[in-house]
Design a binder for this molecule. Structure first.
Ligand SMILES: N[C@@H](CCC(=O)N[C@@H](CS)C(=O)NCC(=O)O)C(=O)O
Length: 306
């Protein structure tokens, strides 16, 4: 289970109902918001992420309290947030004073507590397949980071000397997120183009496999007729890279059709897009310009398929 049994932050045990520490544009947080919406839990009060004021501690049943942690303002790279999520990443979910981390584990937790609208297929073989796709998606998380920083965020993704110092002081040894390792190289332009391209190729390998699967028998969702967490993790992986200008329509048409289908779901619209649509459009417009200028992701994407 993803529960952190003795959270360092005194805020956590005070929280009642569901509270989500998240960032609008962060793929890992989008997965959880997608899952919450699929479960019929609605976004409730908006609360400063670190607030312990009495009127912010309780989320009404059937809703979740939004505690928005700005990755742009580097609010995640602070001692107060490190006391909540020791690896200084979003999301983190609190339910009745208990703290859960790891987005895909959080989805499993939601499935246990709110079994209606299940996020895992009932049939054991199909469930096994869903798990395999989820594990593959989790491994590719780091590739999304590299590709979206290189072709999406650019200089905006740099954290600067002050945040780097805080990060180096707070990062736990052997943190699986390896933020310090990434930012110390990214901020200085020390990551080689070949590395970015390797991550892009790893993602394309995954997209190609799913495209084949969907094309083969026209299934509506990745594991068959039923929607699952596998659709959640992979649709968010398409969304982010699409925002960076990747030509999914051209390279993986069956996957793109599936993505459009999934993105029409109320859960996606409410959980992912409701407050992200403008930013998503801005990213896509910026990426379209980069593509026009020949510097974008389109030019380096699976050129053989062009
Ligand atoms: N394995 C974690 C990964 C969480 C993660 O990497 N979150 C990203 C956003 S998608 C983050 O907070 N990054 C902070 C940063 O890059 O500075 C999960 O799935 O919850």
């Amino acid at each position: 289970m993803p529960e952190i049994s003795k959270p360092a932050s005194p805020l956590i045990p005070q929280l009642r109902g569901v509270h989500l520490f998240h960032f609008e544009g962060a793929p890992c947080a989008q997965r959880v918001r997608f899952g919450l919406a699929e479960k019929g839990l609605e976004r409730g009060i908006e609360v400063p992420w670190d607030s312990d004021a009495a009127n912010t501690l309780v989320a009404e049943p059937g809703t979740w309290a939004s505690r928005h942690v700005s990755l742009i303002k580097k609010q995640h790279l602070t001692p107060a947030y490190a006391a909540i999520q020791p690896h200084m990443v979003v999301p983190a979910l609190v339910h009745d004073g208990r703290l859960y981390v790891e987005s895909m584990d959080i989805l499993d937790y939601l499935d246990q507590v709110w079994p209606e609208n299940p996020l895992m297929p009932e049939d054991p073989d199909t469930a096994r397949h869903a798990r395999e796709l989820i594990e593959w998606g989790k491994k590719l998380h780091v590739s999304v980071r590299f590709v979206s920083f290189r072709w999406g965020l650019g200089r905006l993704g740099r954290i600067g000397a002050k945040a780097e110092r805080t990060l180096s002081q707070l990062e736990v040894k052997d943190s699986p997120e390896k933020l310090m390792d990434f930012y110390s190289r990214y901020d200085r332009g020390k990551i080689e183009e070949a590395t970015f391209l390797e991550h892009l190729a790893a993602l394309e390998n995954g997209y190609a496999s799913l495209d084949g699967l969907l094309e083969k028998d026209g299934r509506p969702f990745l594991t068959g007729p039923a929607f699952s967490s596998a659709d959640i993790i992979w649709s968010i992986k398409v969304l982010r890279i699409h925002e960076c200008g990747y030509p999914f329509e051209r390279n993986f048409p069956a996957l793109f059709d599936w993505y459009l289908r999934v993105s029409q779901r109320p859960g996606f619209q409410q959980g992912v897009m409701a407050r992200h649509a403008r930013m998503s459009r801005a990213f896509r417009i910026k990426a379209a310009f980069e593509n026009l200028l020949g510097r974008g992701l389109r030019g380096v994407s699976a050129a053989a398929r062009a």
